[in-house]
Design a protein around this ligand. Structure first.
Ligand SMILES: *Cc1c(COP(=O)(O)O)cnc(C)c1O
Length: 386
């Protein structure tokens, strides 16, 4: 038996006919960038997340940058981000020439630990990026409470103002791994002032190339985001503000318009697979399973278990048994060479560091079969009982 970590070919076979119909229209229309298909997708994606404004952009990384840029984050500012995330979360801050300030993750949710936010806040803090990592929403109310205890009151969605000093902190979301995920019954994406999304091919909703989105319910911010995406203009050749080319290609809009029709179904399949993993692996005390928090609807972009020691040996063994696995992420952000200037050392964020050593991502995609799931479970068991 073979169990790839991710298999995108099965989905292609399922949607092939619909896909080629949409794509061939683009060749006929010769409208290749920000056309009708991108627009249709933006509408559908906004609707799926109960959002007012959504713009298709060139990638999730670009979306991370755009959101902080539109909020006016710049040199001298500090942006709080979890130490446990993909590096692109940090690029949002660094591309604005701001300083990323890392916070450790919570041992159960693997997301930013609200209890550790307060000590990271200074009078230069301008934003907090809540990442809904692996598909599980961050503890938004926990973050709000942390801000409230130091007099930051939410004046409008995701905009916190210090009642004494007037300092403003924005709460934004990195939803790259959390399509259709819910926090206390509300879809992610509008839990803060704005959010960014990735449609990297391997994400829960994946394009056939680079693509992302930004989303907000804030009209003023929406206008800025739309302008930044297209050279700072609303009207051709009139450039009101600084911008860049962060536009989405029409081919990606077409692929995403087709795939979004299946997103709900695929999400439920992911949840069903997670359920089966819980049932099959729950009895093994040599591993720790991920936990769906009480406030969360987890969409299982990744199913990350923890293996106390022998993680790498288990991974090798699974590989010889033709099972693909992943590491998310083997080197935490604060220990990356590029962030050496921040002066961190091993031990600064022990929960994140522990996860980097013990975490192992099991195969996870909607088309995994029962036989494959069982095979993964028996293989893990075999390794520990050798
Ligand atoms: C994938 C990812 C991104 C970046 O998305 P791209 O579309 O690949 O640029 C950002 N943040 C997180 C948490 C991600 O997983």
């Amino acid at each position: 038996m073979q169990v790839p970590f991710l298999d995108l070919k099965i989905q292609y076979q399922q949607i092939k006919d619909e896909l080629w119909k949409e794509l061939s229209e683009i060749f006929e229309n010769t409208s290749f960038i920000l056309g009708k298909k991108v627009e249709a997708f933006e509408k559908a994606f906004a609707k799926a997340h109960n959002a007012e404004y959504c713009y298709g952009v060139s990638s999730g990384t670009d979306g991370n940058h755009m959101v902080l840029w539109a909020l006016g984050i710049g040199p001298g500012d500090e942006v709080i981000i979890p130490a446990n995330t993909f590096i692109a979360t940090a690029w949002g801050a660094t591309l604005c020439r701001a300083k990323p300030v890392f916070v450790d993750c919570h041992p159960e949710s693997y997301n930013i630990d609200p209890a550790k936010i307060e000590s990271a806040i200074t009078n230069k803090t301008r934003a907090i990026v809540a990442v809904h990592l692996y598909g599980q929403p961050a503890d938004i109310d926990g973050i709000k409470e942390a801000l409230e205890t130091i007099n930051f009151i939410e004046k409008e969605k995701g905009v916190f103002i210090n009642s004494k000093t007037g300092q403003v902190i924005y709460l934004v979301e990195d939803c790259a791994q959390a399509h259709l995920s819910e926090y206390k019954g509300n879809k992610v994406g509008t839990l803060g002032v704005a959010s960014s999304w990735s449609f990297y091919p391997g994400k829960n909703l994946g394009a056939y190339g680079e693509a992302g989105a930004v989303m907000t319910n804030n009209e003023e911010l929406a206008k800025k985001l739309k302008m930044i995406r297209d050279h700072g203009s609303e009207e051709k050749y009139i450039h009101k503000i600084f911008g860049h080319n962060y536009r989405m290609e029409e081919f990606q809009g077409a692929v995403l318009s087709v795939k979004i029709r299946y997103l709900k179904k695929w999400t439920e399949l992911r949840r069903a697979i997670a359920e089966k993993y819980y049932r099959q692996l729950g009895k093994f005390d040599f591993i720790m399973l991920p936990k769906e928090m009480s406030y969360a609807k987890h969409v299982y972009h990744l199913f990350v278990i923890q293996v106390n020691d022998k993680r790498d040996e288990l991974r090798k063994f699974m590989s010889t048994m033709h099972i693909g696995t992943g590491l998310h992420y083997p080197i935490p952000l604060h220990l990356q060479p590029c962030f050496k200037y921040l002066g961190h050392k091993r031990g600064d964020f022990p929960v994140t560091e522990g996860l980097a050593q013990k975490g192992l991502s099991l195969p996870m995609f909607p088309e995994l079969t029962n036989a494959q799931i069982e095979y993964v479970a028996t293989t893990i068991k075999k390794f520990f009982e050798r």
